[in-house]
Design a protein around this ligand. Structure first.
Ligand SMILES: [Zn+2]
Ligand SMILES: [Zn+2]
Length: 181
């Protein structure tokens, strides 16, 4: 009995050196793809690729269809990153300059412009002030329920002298609970 094993067409692994992209789909680097990559100027980054080799889908897009490639795809370039990785940002030259200014770059000196960072590392490295601010003072971001809770508390405390004039009522509330401003 002869068992015929039919190899799937696109099975990986990715032919890009040290590829660590999520590898769920593969594409073949066809001669058409090769021509496109030559035209787009992306081939010179991967001159070792040969027609007929396999590429992971993201590398395929990046090399053959750079205009269609998603800009931020991960993985995070921070070593041993174990932060929740749902969004990615590119470590652009602007981001690099900011990180240099903020002094956060010296913690991650191996990062290179153009690499991907998870959103939390991006914030931590590029926008350290913004990350802190959003945690300490949340201006007017209270939910309706939170506001009602504050209002109820104020009304309870002030129950003896409730203002009936709307303007005075508002002033009284804000004075007692500035977060309701
Ligand atoms: Zn790849
Ligand atoms: Zn990260």
């Amino acid at each position: 009995m002869v068992v015929v094993v039919i190899a799937p067409k696109n099975y990986g692994p990715c032919s890009v050196q040290n590829c660590n992209l999520p590898r769920d789909r593969y594409h073949q680097f066809t001669s058409l793809a090769y021509n496109k990559a030559q035209k787009k100027g992306t081939y010179k980054t991967y001159p070792y690729l040969k027609i007929g080799q396999q590429l992971c889908y993201l590398h395929y897009l990046r090399i053959v269809e750079p205009d269609r490639a998603p800009k931020n795809y991960g993985p995070c370039s921070v070593q041993n990153c174990n932060l929740p990785r749902d969004r990615y940002h590119q470590f652009t030259s602007l981001a690099y300059n900011k990180a240099q200014k903020k002094g956060t770059y010296k913690t991650y000196p191996y990062l290179k412009i153009g690499q991907q960072l998870c959103y939390l590392h991006y914030l931590r490295i590029v926008e350290p002030d913004r990350g802190q601010k959003s945690r300490t003072l949340k201006p007017k971001n209270y939910s309706f329920v939170e506001q009602i809770a504050m209002l109820t508390k104020v009304l309870y405390v002030q129950r003896g002298n409730i203002e009936l004039d709307p303007l005075h009522f508002r002033q009284m509330i804000v004075k007692a609970e500035p977060r309701l401003e």
